[in-house]
Design a protein around this ligand. Structure first.
Ligand SMILES: Cc1cc2nc3c(=O)[nH]c(=O)nc-3n(C[C@H](O)[C@H](O)[C@H](O)COP(=O)(O)OP(=O)(O)OC[C@H]3O[C@@H](n4cnc5c(N)ncnc54)[C@H](O)[C@@H]3O)c2cc1C
Length: 431
């Protein structure tokens, strides 16, 4: 993606962040005829969007996300055919495997309350039906929750494909271009200041992942957002492995397009204690009380670049330029444990050769539901805080952000994603 283009002096809309949310929003805006510039401080898909597990699901979601997830699952299989976005989507089905009756009871609760509304034919399967879905499993499961309509896609490919398609529709996608500030006049957005100069605009979508809080802070907006680190690994091809994407507490896997597997821990992410934890402690207390066991602390400097206070002048180099791509070290202990657990239940993984490991910083909000909506000055739309499950939502989340920005009738209700709800705490993060 070009980074040597001369910057336009003005644009109908500027998008800050070239993850899959910003790229999808750019696509929908450009397709609707808007003159869009997307500014990415590093490379398209360099952070969460190119590092995630690639799960695309409606199953297990917070009820407030079900309508958006259903719209996303309507779009994913059509992306290539109807919109030229080649994202590698496969409707392989997703299974939550349950080792014990107690695990089943937990899944049953979600199933009873939400499976009907979620759609997609989600079923609760007993031990025999689960064994039939996974004939090569070594373990006997008590049962599973199975969503045949859910699937997987290729994270980096999908993100870049959205950006490319946006470019074909006329959007200008510029890499290595950090936005240092959002400018306002009389309560309205008036432009952005990039590291290479200003762009005048009345509309901005802030889709900056874990960095979003900083630009909000500069506008006097309190976005209680924290970062947690999740690790993953890819194996060399294992042609006889399961086709269905699955998790079972201590492990989670999906096949990739080369017949290798992306394997991660089903529960554990890591938290680095930063100044933001103290600042937002009250917001996150309910989520921490419910899920702290799954967030082992990680020894690291509390001065993480994304957790710094937003104190720089627009003519100074900002933290965004100092860290073009966040690339935290993966946790060896967590990934070894995940691979071991997967191998115990699925002998095929015992033969796996790990070819690469990585990690990403997930942007978490207290209720683990994103903000997609207006906040602060008129003309600003936030699309951030996807809390570990924004990849699957992206085609529809980008569309919703674009509709809100244009004042067009949205395809799904934006109400659950309003910024104004962020006062109390809520649930934990998940994929
Ligand atoms: C290991 C891992 C596994 C996951 N698994 C799944 C999964 O299986 N399914 C799922 O649905 N979700 C999953 N997620 C979550 C998913 O990846 C994210 O919710 C989604 O990618 C968020 O996209 P985004 O565009 O909001 O953020 P990001 O991809 O983080 O993009 C934000 C971009 O903004 C840029 N940026 C920041 N500040 C500025 C600035 N000032 N100027 C210019 N650019 C800026 C950054 O460089 C970055 O590229 C996972 C995440 C991780 C880390």
């Amino acid at each position: 993606m070009p980074d040597s283009l001369s910057l336009p002096a003005r644009a109908d809309a500027v998008i800050i962040g070239g993850g899959i949310i910003g790229a999808a929003a750019a696509f929908w805006l450009a397709r609707a005829g808007m003159d869009v510039v997307l500014c990415e401080k590093g490379r398209i898909g360099g952070e969460q969007s190119g590092r995630n597990w690639g799960w695309v699901r409606r199953m297990g979601r917070d009820p407030s996300e079900l309508e958006l997830a259903a719209r996303a699952l309507d779009l994913w299989p059509r992306l290539e055919r109807d919109f030229g976005v080649s994202a590698g989507f496969v409707r392989c089905g997703i299974s939550y495997l349950c080792a014990t009756e107690r695990d089943m009871a937990a899944r049953l609760a979600w199933f009873r309350k939400h499976a009907g509304e979620a759609g997609g034919g989600i079923r609760l399967l007993g031990s025999r039906e689960t064994a039939a879905l996974f004939p090569r499993a070594g373990a006997k499961f008590a049962g599973s929750l199975f969503s045949p309509g859910d699937g997987r896609a290729e994270p980096e490919k999908a993100t870049r494909a959205f950006a490319k398609a946006a470019g074909r529709e006329g959007a200008r996608i510029v890499e290595n271009l950090a936005v240092r500030d959002i400018e306002t006049a009389a309560g309205c957005v008036s432009g952005v200041i990039t590291e290479r100069g200003p762009i005048a605009t009345k509309r901005v979508i802030l889709a900056s992942g874990v960095w979003s809080r900083m630009l909000c802070e500069r506008l006097g907006l309190r976005l209680p957002q924290l970062g947690v680190i999740n690790s993953a690994q890819r194996t060399a091809p294992l042609p006889k492995g399961p086709e269905i994407t699955a998790s079972a507490g201590d492990y989670a896997f999906r096949r990739d397009r080369g017949d290798g597997y992306v394997i991660a821990h089903g529960r554990y992410s890591q938290t680095i204690l930063t100044g933001q934890h103290i600042r937002f402690l009250r917001d996150f207390l309910p989520a921490l009380a419910a899920g702290w066991r799954d967030l082992p602390p990680r020894a690291a400097s509390p001065f993480q670049p994304w957790a710094a206070r937003a104190k720089w002048k627009p003519d100074q180099v900002s933290p965004f330029e100092r860290v073009r791509v966040l690339d935290p070290a993966p946790s060896r202990a967590i990934l070894d444990a995940a691979l071991n657990a997967a191998s115990q239940d699925f002998p095929v993984f015992g033969k796996a050769r790990v070819i690469t490991r990585w990690a990403g910083v997930i942007d978490v909000l207290p209720d683990a539901v994103p903000v997609i909506g207006g906040a602060g000055p008129e003309g600003l739309v936030l699309a951030t805080g996807f809390s570990g499950h924004g990849f699957g939502l992206a085609p529809a989340a980008g569309e919703l952000a674009a509709h809100i920005l244009m004042g067009a009738p949205p395809r799904v209700s934006p109400a659950p994603f309003a910024f104004s709800r962020l006062k109390g705490g809520g649930r934990g993060a998940g994929h």
